[in-house]
Design a protein around this ligand. Structure first.
Ligand code: PRX
Length: 637
C-alpha cells in the first residue's frame, strides 16, 4: 500500500493546503481517486450551510468495507489487520490478518442478513473492546445497515433513549465485558433497556465473560450459534452492498448543550476519504507500522482511528480490551513493548493519570519502537505534554495534538508528525481542506494573529456531520445557525502570533470530563429526577486528572438528614439515568440558586465559585436575590 497523498515536508503541507483552499474539488477529487469505487462520482461537492446540505462525491457508488478489506487481500492478505490485547495479560492475544478479518466480516454480515437486517436498518452495538466489535461494525457497513455504537459506560436508560431515537430494531451485544478488575454485565443492561423498547426484533449476543444471561425466545440469539448456521451453509460470500456516497454509514450519539444527546450522522464516501487522509498524514503512517489508539470504539476516536482510518489504509491496528491501570499502571508501556508499537494515540486524561504513578511503571520498559505519539479529546496541559515527550517518547517522538469532534469525523487541526512543527498545548495548524475562522460574540470575524475567539469553520470538508438523526433542524440550529454560513464548533480558541491554534475548551454548556463530552443539562435533568430535588445547576471545574470535574449545586428537600447519604443517592440516580461516566464529583446543597429577575440561572457565577475564583464573581447586582451568592460561596466544597 502506498499513499501518494502523504505529505512529507512543510513545503508540501503548504502547497497542499493552498491547493485545498483554491481548488477544493480538484484537491479532494485527486485524493478520492486512490480509493476503490464501483462507480466514480459525477461531481465532487455541492453544499450550503444554510439548510445545511453538504454532499461529497455525488453519484459515486462504493462500499467502505471493500476499501477496508477486499482491496487489501492481494497484497496484504496475510498481514495483521487487527491485533487484540485482552484485558487479562495472561490470556492469549489474537491476531486477525486481513484475510481472516474479511472472512469473519462476511460471515457475520450473513448472520445479520439471516436475522433480517437490511440496508438502511439501524443496528445498535453495545459491546466491550473485543475484535467482534470491529467485526460487527464492518459487517453492518458491508450490508449497508447503519450502526450506532454505544459506549459500555452508558446506562440502560441511555441505551433505551438511543435505541428509540434511532428506531433500531436490532442489537448486538456481549454477555459481559472485562475492564480491569471489573466484569460488566452488558446483556443484563441491554435487557433493562429493552423493557422500554419492545419493538426490537433481534438481539445477537457474543460470549465473552460467561456471565449468566437471560435469553428471550424468538428475540435473543447467540453469535456463535448464528455463525455455525452460516458455516453449515458452506462458505457463502457476502458481496458488499453498493452504497451511494451520501448514504449514511453510522450514527454516533454525543452530548450538546441541551438535555437530549444528538445522533450525529456520517455518510459513507466523505467519511472514508477524510479519515484515511488524516490517518495517513497526521500520524505519518508507514506500511508495517503498528498503530495503537487507546480509545474505545464507542467513541468517534475509535470509529475513525481504530477501525475505518487504519483499515482503509491497510494498517495494523491494535485493539486493547482493558484499562491503562490494570493490573498496574505500566500496562500501556507493556503493550507497546510486547507488540513493538510504533504509533501511540491516547488522551491527556490517561497521561495525567499515569503521571500520578510516577516513573516506576515506565522503568525497565524499552519503548524504543515508538515513532509517533498522539493526544486527543481535551486540551493537554504543558506538564502532561512534557512528561509524555520526555518519559514515553524519550524526546525522539513527535507529539501530534489532534483537535476534532464527533461531528467532524476526523482530525481538523493538528500538526503532522515530524512534518509540521509541534508546540506544547497547541493543536497548531489546520489540515488541508480545513478553513478555521475565529469570530467574536457578534459573529464578526477576528482577523490577524495573537487573537482569541469562538472557533468556526468556513468551508465543508468531506467528513462533516450531515444531519442529526431524525431531526435535521436540530443540526441546523446547533451548528449552522449561531454564525451565518459557518460551522460552529462550540470551542473557544486562541491563534498565536505564528497562526498556531490552541483550543481553550468549550464555550457552551458542555463539559469535557476525562475526554468524555457531557452536557450540563443532561446531568441536571438526571439530578432533578431524584426525589426531593427541587432544582439543580451543574458546572465544570478544573480537575487534576479528569481535566474537568462535575460540580452540582442542588436545592434538596429530601427527608433524610444525612447529607453524605443524600449525595450518594443522587449520584446513584445520575449513574442509573446516564451512566457511571456522568457521576458528579461534588454536590453542594444550597437553599437557592443565583437567578436573574427573568429567572435565568447565572451559571457564570456558579462556575467561578466552583473554580474557586471567589473574588471574581463580577456584577451580582442584577440578581433577584444577591444574598444567595454569599451563602453558596461560604458553603463551597
Ligand atoms: O472541546 C473539544 C475537545 O473535545 C470536544 C469534542 O468531543 P468529542 O466529540 O467527544 O470528540 C472527542 C474526540 C475527537 C471538542 O469540541 N477536544 C477534542 N480534541 C481536543 C479537544 N480540546 C483540545 N485539544 C484537543 N486536541
Amino acid at each position: 500500500m502506498s499513499y501518494p497523498y502523504q505529505i512529507k515536508s512543510l513545503e508540501q503541507y503548504k502547497a497542499a493546503y493552498n491547493k485545498s483552499v483554491v481548488d477544493p474539488e480538484g484537491f479532494w477529487g485527486d485524493i478520492a481517486g486512490n480509493f476503490f469505487w464501483r462507480k466514480r462520482w459525477d461531481k465532487v461537492l455541492e453544499w450550503n450551510f444554510k439548510d445545511p446540505s453538504v454532499k461529497w462525491f455525488l453519484g459515486g457508488k462504493m462500499n467502505i468495507t471493500e476499501n477496508c478489506l477486499d482491496r487489501h487481500l492481494g497484497s496484504l492478505g496475510n498481514k495483521p489487520a487487527i491485533i487484540w490485547e485482552p484485558n487479562d495479560p495472561e490470556e492469549h492475544h489474537r491476531i486477525l490478518t486481513y484475510r481472516e478479518l474479511h472472512t469473519k466480516v462476511i460471515q457475520f454480515a450473513n448472520v445479520l442478513k439471516n436475522n433480517g437486517v437490511k440496508k438502511g436498518d439501524r443496528v445498535c452495538i453495545y459491546m466491550g473492546m473485543v475484535p467482534e466489535l470491529a467485526i460487527a461494525v464492518l459487517a453492518c457497513a458491508r450490508i449497508g445497515a447503519i450502526h450506532s455504537v454505544i459506549f459500555g459506560g452508558f446506562s440502560a436508560q441511555s441505551i433505551a433513549d438511543r435505541i428509540m431515537d434511532a428506531s433500531a430494531d436490532f442489537v448486538i451485544t456481549c454477555d459481559g465485558a472485562y475492564r480491569g478488575n471489573k466484569e460488566i454485565p452488558l446483556k443484563n443492561v441491554i435487557d433493562d433497556a429493552l423493557i422500554q423498547c419492545r419493538f426490537v426484533k433481534k438481539v445477537i449476543v457474543l460470549t465473552r465473560t460467561r456471565t449468566p444471561v437471560s435469553m428471550i425466545k424468538g428475540r435473543d440469539v447467540w453469535w456463535e450459534d448464528e455463525i455455525k448456521k452460516v458455516e453449515t451453509m458452506g462458505n457463502p460470500d457476502c458481496p458488499a452492498e453498493e452504497m451511494d456516497s451520501e448514504d449514511p454509514l453510522f450514527i454516533l450519539y454525543t452530548s450538546g448543550s441541551t438535555g437530549k444527546p444528538k445522533g450525529v450522522v456520517h455518510s459513507c464516501a466523505g467519511y472514508m476519504v477524510y479519515t484515511n487522509y488524516t490517518f495517513v498524514n497526521t500520524f505519518q503512517y508507514t506500511p508495517g507500522d503498528i498503530h495503537f489508539c487507546t480509545a474505545d470504539i464507542g467513541w468517534i476516536t475509535g470509529h475513525s482511528y481504530i477501525v475505518y482510518g487504519p483499515l482503509s489504509a491497510g494498517a495494523t491496528t491494535l485493539l486493547f480490551e482493558g484499562v491503562p491501570t490494570w493490573p498496574d499502571a505500566g500496562r500501556f508501556w507493556e503493550i507497546v513493548d510486547k507488540y513493538r508499537v510504533n504509533v501511540l494515540y491516547t488522551a491527556p486524561t490517561a497521561i495525567r493519570s499515569l503521571m500520578g504513578f510516577g516513573l516506576g511503571p515506565v522503568h525497565g520498559k524499552q519503548l524504543d519502537s515508538l515513532k509517533v505519539l498522539g493526544t486527543v479529546g481535551e486540551p493537554i496541559n504543558e506538564e502532561a505534554w512534557h512528561w509524555y515527550d520526555e518519559n514515553i517518547g524519550k524526546g525522539r517522538c513527535p507529539i501530534v495534538d489532534t483537535w476534532w469532534q464527533t461531528e467532524t469525523g476526523g482530525v481538523l487541526i493538528s500538526n503532522m508528525a515530524g512534518v509540521t512543527p509541534s508546540k506544547p498545548s497547541f493543536a497548531t495548524l489546520p489540515m488541508p481542506g480545513i478553513q478555521p475562522v475565529l469570530v467574536d460574540e457578534k459573529g464578526e470575524e477576528i482577523l490577524g494573529n495573537d487573537v482569541s475567539g469562538n472557533l468556526c469553520i468556513r468551508f465543508p470538508w468531506p467528513s462533516i456531520i450531515r444531519t442529526t438523526y431524525g431531526d435535521h433542524e436540530r443540526c441546523r440550529t446547533n451548528y449552522f445557525a449561531t454564525y451565518e454560513n459557518m460551522y460552529f464548533t462550540g470551542d473557544g480558541c486562541y491563534r498565536d502570533a505564528e497562526g498556531n491554534y490552541r483550543i481553550t475548551g468549550r464555550v457552551d454548556d458542555v463539559l469535557n470530563v476525562s475526554g468524555h463530552r457531557i452536557g450540563t443539562a443532561e446531568v441536571e435533568n438526571a439530578i432533578n429526577m431524584h426525589a426531593g430535588v427541587v432544582e439543580s445547576a451543574v458546572v465544570g471545574y478544573p480537575h487534576e486528572i479528569k481535566g474537568q470535574g462535575i460540580y452540582c449545586f442542588v436545592i434538596y428537600q429530601g427527608t433524610h438528614g444525612d447529607e453524605n447519604l443524600s449525595r450518594q443517592d443522587i449520584t446513584q440516580t445520575v449513574s442509573r439515568l446516564i451512566g457511571p461516566i456522568a457521576k458528579p464529583d461534588k454536590i453542594q446543597f444550597v437553599s437557592g440558586l443565583p437567578k436573574t429577575r427573568s429567572g435565568k440561572i447565572m451559571r457564570r457565577i456558579l462556575r467561578k465559585i466552583a473554580e474557586g475564583e471567589l473574588d471574581q464573581l463580577g456584577d451580582t447586582s442584577t440578581l433577584l436575590d444577591p444574598g444567595v451568592v454569599d451563602e453558596i460561596r461560604a458553603g463551597r466544597l
